[in-house]
Write a protein that binds this ligand. Structure first.
Ligand code: ADP
Ligand code: MG
Length: 366
């Protein structure tokens, strides 16, 4: 077990212009922590992971595992085990042979290998399949074999790159919980890559959000959701996404449709400090609710789409009198959703539930 540390680590692919796939990353993953790297496609997640594995050069900065600087240590010497999206199982070997292969290379005795493989197989519910070849397994079972191969090596760090993306939705949810449970039981430091923010939020002790190779924020799922550092994180974390729009500010308030949202004194101070006449305001879909027509301190919305999810429904629409404006989405009770084309009355549950960002930099104002 070990802490992993990125120290101003960069990976720059040559070209014109060069691609800074990972750009000056500073991040410490604590011993025993489950850290998720999340971001859109091309944000540098795989590159960042492969830098720890030693599969990618570190062009600037350093990588440490435990008390060792491993920046120029080859993959074999790093005491890590990686699980890839493709699983990369050997087709001609049985499950047991696949799982024990790395141990065989290490020269461990047959008996020790068999013990370790059996123990991992128990953990992964694979005991019945040890004699099968990968082609005789379901996708979920293959995924577990790939996990098993990492577990038997008892590494200091697990590295996983989108290990669930080949599974169907239901299996993905189950396997998510299994992986988190196994990591918890073993207490092995984990760096887990996914583009799926729900996977990130449900699995990680902390989640590091990347965009264009640059770390945007690293925090607990709750903190990322409640206090995103910038408009990108605000929009990326949460499903459906936070409503974000740039609006005029003045006289200590901002306007959402016909609604005046009062701003706190600290917010007003931050806005005038930066000399802003407009701000980007963010409102989560659950921070808006429906009220009776004509209610005060509310605004009208023209419903354009209703997604019924069962317990709740998502109502998408345009603010009345702003037909060209950005669309808003709100989460409402699923039993009484409004109809298409209907004009509904919407309130902001609590003015303190808005998020304010700089209209150009996207940085959180306060
Ligand atoms: P992610 O895993 O988040 O989708 P990657 O780490 O694979 O992103 O890629 C990050 C960036 O680096 C992308 O812009 C990608 O095109 C670029 N990149 C990845 N591998 C190479 C390579 N071998 N040569 C040049 N550019 C690369
Ligand atoms: Mg990737």
């Amino acid at each position: 077990m070990a802490e992993v540390r990125y120290e101003a680590a960069s990976r720059v692919y040559p070209g014109s212009p060069p691609v800074r796939a990972v750009d000056g990353l500073n991040l410490t993953i604590e011993d025993g922590e489950f850290l998720v790297l999340v971001g859109p496609s091309g944000s540098g997640k795989s590159t960042a992971l492969r830098m720890v594995a030693g599969l990618e050069d570190v062009d600037e900065g350093a990588i440490r595992i435990g008390d060792r600087d491993v920046t120029s240590v080859p993959p074999k010497g790093r005491d890590i085990a990686m699980v890839f999206q493709s699983y990369a199982l050997y087709p001609h070997m049985t499950v047991a042979q696949n799982m024990g292969f790395a141990l065989k290379l290490q020269g461990l005795s047959k008996q020790v290998i068999a013990e370790k493989v059996t123990e991992a197989a128990k953990m992964l519910d694979l005991e019945k399949y040890l004699a099968r070849k990968p082609k005789a397994l379901s996708g979920g079972q293959r995924q577990r074999v790939a996990m098993g191969r990492a577990i038997v090596r008892d590494p200091a760090v697990f590295l996983m790159d989108e290990p669930l993306s080949n599974l169907d939705a239901k299996l993905r949810v189950e396997t998510r919980a299994n992986i988190a449970g196994i990591q918890q039981r073993l207490g092995t430091t984990m760096i887990y890559v996914t583009h799926d923010q729900i996977e990130a939020m449900t699995m990680g002790h902390r989640v590091a959000v990347l965009k264009d190779g640059i770390l945007q924020q690293c925090d607990t799922p709750r903190a990322l959701y409640d206090r995103p550092d910038n408009a990108f994180v605000a929009g990326f974390i949460g499903s459906p996404s936070m409503n974000l729009r740039t609006v005029q500010v003045g006289n200590g308030s901002l306007r959402l449709g016909e609604l005046n949202v009062p701003l706190t004194r600290d917010t007003v101070a931050a806005i005038s400090r930066d000399g802003l006449s407009e701000v980007t305001v963010g409102v989560r879909p659950e921070s808006l609710s429906l009220v009776a027509a004509g209610s005060p301190n509310a605004f009208d919305l023209v419903v354009e789409l209703v997604e019924e999810l069962g317990a709740d429904a998502l109502v998408h629409g345009a603010v009345a009198n702003e037909p060209e404006g950005p669309r808003l989405v709100l989460r409402v009770d699923g039993r009484t959703p409004p109809g298409l084309g209907q004009r509904v009355r919407v309130v902001l549950r609590d003015p303190s539930e808005i998020h304010l960002f700089h209209p150009e930099t996207g940085d959180r104002l306060i």
